[in-house]
Design a binder for this molecule. Structure first.
Ligand code: FMN
Length: 394
């Protein structure tokens, strides 16, 4: 089986790419990531003005041992563009088979800034360039980051500046934010302006919480906080929606990003149309070595379905994602309990009583469905921890 993919004419040895963030903070980290098996990396976003990061800039929500929701108020690269150009050159020399994606951010109205950073990355050897139109904190208030990605006109103007520059020949990929009414509207505007591909999504605006013992906000910077960017496993469905929609409109090749933690997650985004998947938060929590497991899981999925290469399944599920009005209102299912598996925990009973149709009764310490009351909502199936309930088609 083959894992390599072609994205905008560039071959990646596998679909797993590091997203721009702390794991791609400098060349030394990228070289360790490449040695671990990542096929490429998006560098931490370059910006002309020097970055000084706040201390205490992360917060998270745990579910059991795992951090499912992550929030940050980190800014862009602490390295200067010149340091990055040096690092990109060294990495291209040491890892010619790996792909480096530059990532840049400029002012919304400063053409020269965008061109300088884009050409700098290209001249250093970057294969592709991401345009950061999507960072939700620190920059929007200065008219940058998500302030650009939330405005179709600004996004298109900057994309056009770069596409009109004859010396810039590598593909450019706006990285979009989900914090818009309709991401396909922004996608269409940048496609019209000449974007070669798209990346979706960046972190999502959020306020992580307050510590109820100390009454300090999280994260606390000298007792205060600010809205940050939400990432990690919990944002996967939001990212999947964006990728699936963008893969259909404007149908430019999409790099998926957001909540990808396993080879199975990667397979889902590929089924939704993304040839490449990017990972940030999961690597911050588990390290570069996780790519070995992700590749194995993706290969297992492919073997199960007898896919020999990613091209056999990229985008395959999108025809099944329809408008609500196009779903069959006559389709009917009912819950059925496998009595051998039911342990009488009553979780389904409580959910059905208080969040459903009162269609479950407990009889001799087993859940029993009263078919005439079951409305086929599937809540009991979802909450059963024993896999004892199935929805059966009528
Ligand atoms: C701490 C942190 C810093 C980030 N910095 C950048 C950045 O400099 N540029 C950028 O385009 N995205 C940045 N991101 C966003 C990630 O690239 C990614 O889009 C987002 O975290 C969703 O993916 P994930 O759920 O795999 O983390 C950052 C994310 C985190 C958590």
């Amino acid at each position: 089986m083959e894992l390599s993919v072609n994205y905008l004419g560039v071959t990646f040895e596998n679909p797993f790419v590091l997203a721009s963030g702390p794991p791609t903070a400098n060349g030394e980290m990228l070289s360790r990531a490449f040695a671990a098996g990542w096929s490429g990396a998006v560098i931490k976003t370059l910006i002309r003005e020097p970055v000084k990061n706040l201390q205490n800039r992360f917060a998270g929500i745990r579910f059991g041992k795992d951090i499912m929701a992550f929030s940050n108020i980190e800014l862009l690269s602490e390295q200067t563009p010149e340091q990055w150009y040096h690092d990109i050159r060294s990495l291209k020399r040491d890892y010619p088979e790996k792909r480096i994606i530059g990532s840049i951010m400029g002012d919304a109205k400063n053409r020269a800034q965008w061109l300088e950073l884009a050409l700098g990355c290209q001249d250093a050897g970057a294969d592709l360039i991401e345009l950061n139109f999507s960072c939700p904190h620190g920059y929007p208030e200065k008219g940058k980051g998500a302030a650009i990605g939330q405005n179709a006109e600004y996004s298109a103007v900057i994309t056009r500046w770069l596409k009109e520059e004859k010396q810039l020949t590598i593909p450019i990929i706006p990285k979009l934010t989900a914090a818009v009414t309709d991401i396909t509207h922004i996608g269409e505007a940048v496609a019209e302006a000449g974007a070669d591909g798209l990346c979706a999504i960046n972190t999502i605006p959020s306020l992580m919480g307050f510590d109820l013992k100390t009454l300090k906000p999280r994260p606390s910077v000298a007792g205060y906080t600010t809205a940050g960017g939400y990432s990690g496993a919990g944002i996967k469905p939001i990212a999947l929606r964006c990728v699936s929609h963008l893969a259909q409109t404007p149908a430019l090749p999409v790099m998926a990003c957001g909540g990808i933690c396993s080879g199975g997650d990667a397979a889902e985004f590929m089924l939704a149309g993304a040839p490449l998947v990017q990972v940030c938060t999961a690597v911050m929590l588990h390290g570069f070595a996780m790519v070995t497991r992700m590749k194995k899981e993706l290969l297992q999925f492919m073997a199960w379905h007898q896919f020999s290469k990613p091209g056999d399944f990229i985008g395959r599920m999108n025809p099944l994602v329809r408008a609500y009005a196009d779903l069959d209102p006559h389709y009917a299912v009912k819950a059925r309990v496998d009595a051998d598996k039911c342990n009488g925990c009553k979780i389904c009973y409580t959910s059905c009583q208080d969040g459903g149709y009162q269609a479950i009764k407990m009889e001799r310490k087993k859940a029993v469905i009263h078919a005439e009351k079951c409305a086929g909502c599937s809540l009991c199936y979802l909450v059963c921890p024993e896999d004892a309930i199935h929805m059966v088609e009528l």
